[in-house]
Design a protein around this ligand. Structure first.
Ligand code: ADP
Ligand code: MG
Length: 236
């Protein structure tokens, strides 16, 4: 039983999330049950407003469920304090967003080394690891470039280098190709596939069926209800 638990990087048990709108409590996630094994690559599909980002924020320990249990790498996070959650995010999770979320006033290297600053590494060590990480995503010659001097695809690669700098076991990506043209989006996915081959589990939200098809498994959220499979494929 213990062993079985360890195999899973992520277990969502009956996760519900309600938002208060005016006087009303509106359910946005409805009894979500979902597991991911270590090293899995899964895409979440669903129309706008279906609850994808809400679920991602809960899995990323940025928000707490109204009810239900989240077990991350064997640990029940409902028992964690805010500080413990911050440590957990730093240690186990990487985040990628549609609009890259880079600091515009900082260079590529400074953006990438930010998580290491929180982790308390020395300046030299931070710079060295940031340079290696940027090299891995093909930007070893752009360490000093500001985000505005980089293309969208390059900015997303900086964001990927930043997300991977602490060697997370689970990479969470919310519409990572949403702001990119399809060829550049495919390059980002190729980078994900490479990271996945090295053992990183990836959970990726996308609207795009051709991007979702690049993952090994597809799940769908419709109106806060998660089901296995790709709704677009199932309809055709
Ligand atoms: P998606 O990412 O699938 O587009 P979201 O998870 O962002 O959907 O939102 C799902 C639903 O929850 C939407 O109806 C949205 O309006 C609502 N919602 C999201 N965040 C909040 C919030 N902080 N307060 C109230 N309602 C919210
Ligand atoms: Mg969203």
């Amino acid at each position: 039983m213990e062993r079985e638990k360890e195999e899973y990087i992520l277990i969502c048990k009956d996760i519900c999330r309600n938002y208060i709108q005016g006087e009303q409590e509106v359910p946005v996630l409805k009894q979500v049950n979902f597991q991911m094994k270590a090293g899995e690559f899964t895409a979440i599909m669903g129309p706008s407003g279906s609850g994808k980002s809400t679920l991602m924020n809960i899995i990323g320990c940025l928000d707490r469920p109204t009810s239900g249990t989240l077990i991350l790498d064997g640990q029940d996070v409902s028992q964690c304090s805010e500080n413990e959650l911050a440590d957990l995010r730093l240690e186990k999770l990487g985040f990628i967003f549609q609009n890259f979320q880079l600091l515009s006033g900082q260079s590529a290297a400074e953006n990438v080394e930010l998580p290491l600053l929180y982790a308390g590494l020395s300046r030299t060590e931070r710079r060295e690891r940031a340079a290696q990480a940027l090299d891995r995503v093909g930007l070893g010659d752009r360490l000093d470039a500001r985000p505005t001097q980089l293309s969208g695809g390059q900015q997303q690669r900086v964001a990927i280098a930043r997300a991977m700098i602490n060697h997370p076991r689970l990479l969470l990506a919310d519409e990572p190709t949403g702001a990119l043209d399809s060829a550049t989006g495919k390059q980002v996915i190729e980078l994900f596939r490479q990271l996945n081959r090295e053992g990183v589990a990836i959970l990726m939200i996308t609207h795009d069926a051709s991007i979702a098809a690049c993952a090994d498994r597809q799940v769908t959220i419709l109106d806060g209800v998660l089901t296995e499979g790709n709704y677009e494929k199932d309809e055709s």
